[in-house]
Ligand binder design. Structure first.
Ligand code: ADE
Ligand code: ZN
Length: 332
């Protein structure tokens, strides 16, 4: 496909899973170094292989078994940021899970975080990409684990760790099971987001808003099935972290043209665009923009406006927000 949108357009993405952004060759290399046999998670061309969303979660967790030390996460962070910077990304927020970094132990988590943050600092210096971390509970690991995760989040909140969220199997448990973790994170000064409205319907979005009191929703696209909820999202300025290519790849919609992102935007919901787990879904932000331009006739001005909205909704300090906004709006 030829580029429709200038590939160099400065981009911001708010919904990126760090392990889910791992290049398959990187994970294969780690597996070889450690003699771990995870050959079954790759297809014949070396990409990740899975059947559906629930199998995707299993493959994701199998890939994570190769990430065993802070040094592995330092290398992972650098590899991911090199790819994202090549995609034109100047600001990203990444989901991080203490569960995959030392099993939720706070002492171990601090060491992993130190390694991730030092890689982010290096990438900012050398590649001009800024990263912030959103600590994420894994829903199917249960409420007890989520309390441990929230404690790790609050203990390490600061310049780099700025948000708290929840990912994983949207059908496991109910948002009310996770209120303790979200209340703890909010009281600890963290900004909040939750995956909802991807595999759950509109009620899952309403439940995330009512029980977890989040200001952003990861995906949220199935809100389109209830127009009263769409109006609520628009009126309350709830920001959606939309990942169209992820939804199409996982079979939620047959193609970009059928994806509700344009209808949500037309109804004045604040939408932002992200890649979720880019190598799993064979995507980059450049590909997302080109596919959306083809499906809806969106122009560079549309993407510049969406990126500016993303920065206004970013979980970062004001100086960083202003600096990146200038880049996105061509004022730098
Ligand atoms: N973990 C990684 N990617 C995810 C997604 N798209 N939804 C829920 N959990 C995830
Ligand atoms: Zn996600």
């Amino acid at each position: 496909m030829t580029d429709r949108i200038d590939p160099a357009l400065p981009k911001a993405e708010l919904h990126l899973h760090l392990e889910g952004a791992a290049p398959p060759a990187f994970i294969r290399g780690l597996a070889q170094e450690k003699s771990i046999d995870i050959s079954k998670i790759f297809d014949e061309r070396g990409g990740y292989a899975y059947r559906d969303f629930w199998h995707f979660l299993q493959v994701y967790e199998a890939a994570c078994t190769t990430l065993q030390s802070p040094e592995d996460f330092r290398r992972l962070t650098l590899a991911v940021l090199e790819d994202r910077a090549a995609d034109g990304v100047v600001y990203a927020e990444t989901f991080l899970s203490p569960d995959f970094c030392g099993g939720g132990d706070l002492v171990a988590w601090r060491e992993y975080l130190h390694a991730i943050e030092s890689a982010a600092d290096e990438a900012e210096r050398t590649l001009g990409i800024t990263l912030r971390g959103v600590i994420t509970a894994i829903r199917h690991f249960g409420p007890e684990k989520s309390r441990q995760t929230a404690t790790c989040a609050v203990e390490t909140a600061g310049r780099f760790i700025t948000g708290f969220g929840i990912a994983g199997d949207e059908k496991a448990g109910h948002p009310r099971d996770f209120t303790w973790a979200f209340d703890c994170a909010r009281e600890g000064g963290l900004r909040l987001t939750a995956h909802a409205g991807e595999w759950g319907g509109p009620d899952s979005v309403r439940d995330a808003l009512d029980h977890l009191k989040v200001e952003r929703i990861g995906h949220g696209v199935r809100a389109i099935e209830d127009l009263a909820l769409v109006d609520r999202l628009a009126e309350d300025r709830i920001v959606l972290e939309v990942c169209p290519g992820s939804n199409v790849c996982l079979g939620l919609y047959p193609g970009f043209a059928q994806h509700p992102v344009a209808r949500l935007r037309d109804r004045e919901v604040i939408v932002t665009l992200s890649t979720d787990d880019p190598p799993f879904f064979h995507t980059t932000l450049r590909r997302e923009y080109d596919a959306l331009a083809a499906a809806f006739g969106w122009t560079e001005d549309d993407f510049r406006a969406i990126n500016a909205d993303a920065m206004r909704a970013a979980f970062c300090d004001e100086a960083t927000r202003d600096r990146i906004l200038k880049i996105i709006e061509g004022r730098a």
